[in-house]
Write a protein that binds this ligand. Structure first.
Ligand code: TYD
Ligand code: MG
Length: 450
């Protein structure tokens, strides 16, 4: 990472200054006395004046410009980070064991400019090297340190600050302050706090890998989420697909997802995923399936929403849906029942999204409603149909942002017929203003089929 440091570190005991943070002042021998100070723009020839960063400032005089971001070189990660890493950024990467966290971080560490440090508490240098060889990664600018003692790690960082650090994993670190057992909540909090503080002082970006475990024998990433700038989760989808998303991001939004495929050569980015989650069937889709064009960050993805309805025992239906919020499914089912005459309250409703993506875009509500209708009426929808719209409690189909782009992207993936509140006159589609009309239209099979 290119260093444009406009700051210095000054000993609060004797005033000695250094370019990098040091644990102990070489001049007076005091420990932990270095404080970062900003260098004011120097007038030619005169010594730069120093002003401590942490002094009180008038709010009106604060420089509001965000710190510069440096791309990591892995576009799908930069997309999720919001452009790249800012100096001193602390990024937590969570995910289940085996999902590919070490693989992704080794690829990132090899791609970042500058001299990096990969701290492994789980694997030997040989194992990490083997992986880097298998992934054919450049290794010249990456050091490996196998260390599980937090104090030793911090001492090593202080004497020889790298340009960026990856800690794999934070659950292997042990601090003597917190007892001898690694992975306890207290160990995680202490390691998280001290490493992120170090990153902020040294202006060095740090990645902390943390396993998400179902058994709960070791503490999960949740206990340190509040300490870091960005929390990323690496998630499985269908097969070898991996989804990276931010659940917290001080460097940007949390709307973007990064998509990768795990291959024999590591994680490969999927830059053009519009039709990725669509399954193309020769005989057309089965009943209960409808396609939505959803907006994920800055990209549009086609997703197949699947619904199944079965008569409920005792007459009271329940909703089982984890990819779309179950309360949203209940609401759409209620609107269908009240405004489109489709009885669903005595049915158990199961909803799924093909490919395992979580859908929160309101633009998927019309497709969800049509999937429910199709399942209940046992009537397959036309294979080339994409449904785009939000559903109001009054049973209206509402227009959603980026409609034309959604229609265009759908057409590019072979979905040539749209259904929306107000579509695009230049392309083939059906305007529906009420959910009742949409359902009646499909029930009468008047939608064009190929
Ligand atoms: P890993 O990065 O070790 O996962 P984590 O650190 O999250 O536990 O990767 C785990 C799996 O990925 C492992 O089962 C092997 C597979 N893999 C590939 O398929 N291709 C590859 O190039 C690499 C390095 C791993
Ligand atoms: Mg690992």
């Amino acid at each position: 990472m290119a260093k444009e440091r406009r700051s210095a570190f000054v000993c609060s005991s004797c005033g000695h200054d250094e370019a990098k943070w040091l644990g102990r002042c070489p001049s007076c021998g005091e420990w932990n006395t270095f404080k970062e100070v900003r260098l004011a723009p120097s007038s030619s020839g005169s010594r730069p004046s120093l002003r401590t960063e942490k002094t009180r400032q008038k709010l009106s005089e604060v420089d509001p410009s965000p710190p510069q971001k440096h791309p990591t070189g892995i576009e799908e990660l930069d997309r999720v980070l919001g452009g790249g890493l800012s100096p001193g950024a602390a990024v937590l990467l969570g995910g289940e064991p085996g999902i590919g966290k070490s693989t992704l971080m080794l690829q990132v560490a090899a791609a970042l400019p500058g001299q990096g440090l990969y701290v492994s508490g789980e694997e030997s240098p040989g194992q990490v090297k083997n992986r880097a060889d298998r992934l054919k990664l450049p290794q010249e600018n990456l050091d490996i340190l196998c260390e599980t003692d937090l104090d030793s790690l911090l001492a090593s960082l202080e004497t020889n600050a790298p340009d960026y650090v990856v800690v794999d994993s934070i659950q292997t670190l042990v601090s003597r302050e917190a007892g001898a057992v690694p992975g306890t909540p207290n160990q995680l909090k202490i390691a998280g706090h001290r490493l992120t503080s170090w990153a902020k002082e040294a202006l060095v970006p740090i990645f902390l890998i943390a396993h998400v475990t179902k058994e709960g024998t070791i503490a999960g990433p949740k206990v340190i989420e509040h300490l870091v700038d960005t929390v990323l989760y690496f998630d499985h989808s269908a097969g070898d697909l991996r989804i990276l998303r931010a659940s917290k991001n001080r460097m940007g939004s949390v709307d973007e997802v990064g998509l990768f495929r795990m291959s024999a050569n590591g994680l490969l980015p999927i830059p053009d995923p519009a039709g990725l989650f669509l399954e193309h069937r020769k005989e057309g889709p089965p009943a209960g399936s409808a396609v939505a064009a959803i907006y994920e960050g800055s990209r549009i993805l086609m997703v197949e929403i699947q619904a199944l309805t079965v008569p409920a025992k005792g007459g009271f239906g329940r909703v089982y849906s984890d990819r779309i919020d179950a309360s949203r499914v209940s609401r759409i089912a209620a609107v269908l029942e009240r405004h489109a005459g489709l009885r669903l309250s005595d049915q158990d409703i199961y909803v799924n999204v093909a490919g395992g993506l979580r859908v929160s875009d309101t633009g998927a509500e019309l497709a969800l409603a049509l999937a429910l209708f199709s399942a209940r009426a046992e009537k397959p929808l036309p294979g080339e149909l994409v449904a785009i719209g939000e559903i109001s409690l009054a049973g209206e189909v509402r227009q959603v942002p980026h409609l034309r782009r959604r229609i265009k992207t759908a057409a590019d993936t072979g979905l040539s017929h749209w259904m929306a509140a107000t579509g695009d006159e230049k392309t083939e589609g059906t305007n529906v203003e009420r959910l009742r009309d949409a359902v009646a239209h499909l029930a009468a099979e008047s939608v064009h089929t190929a």
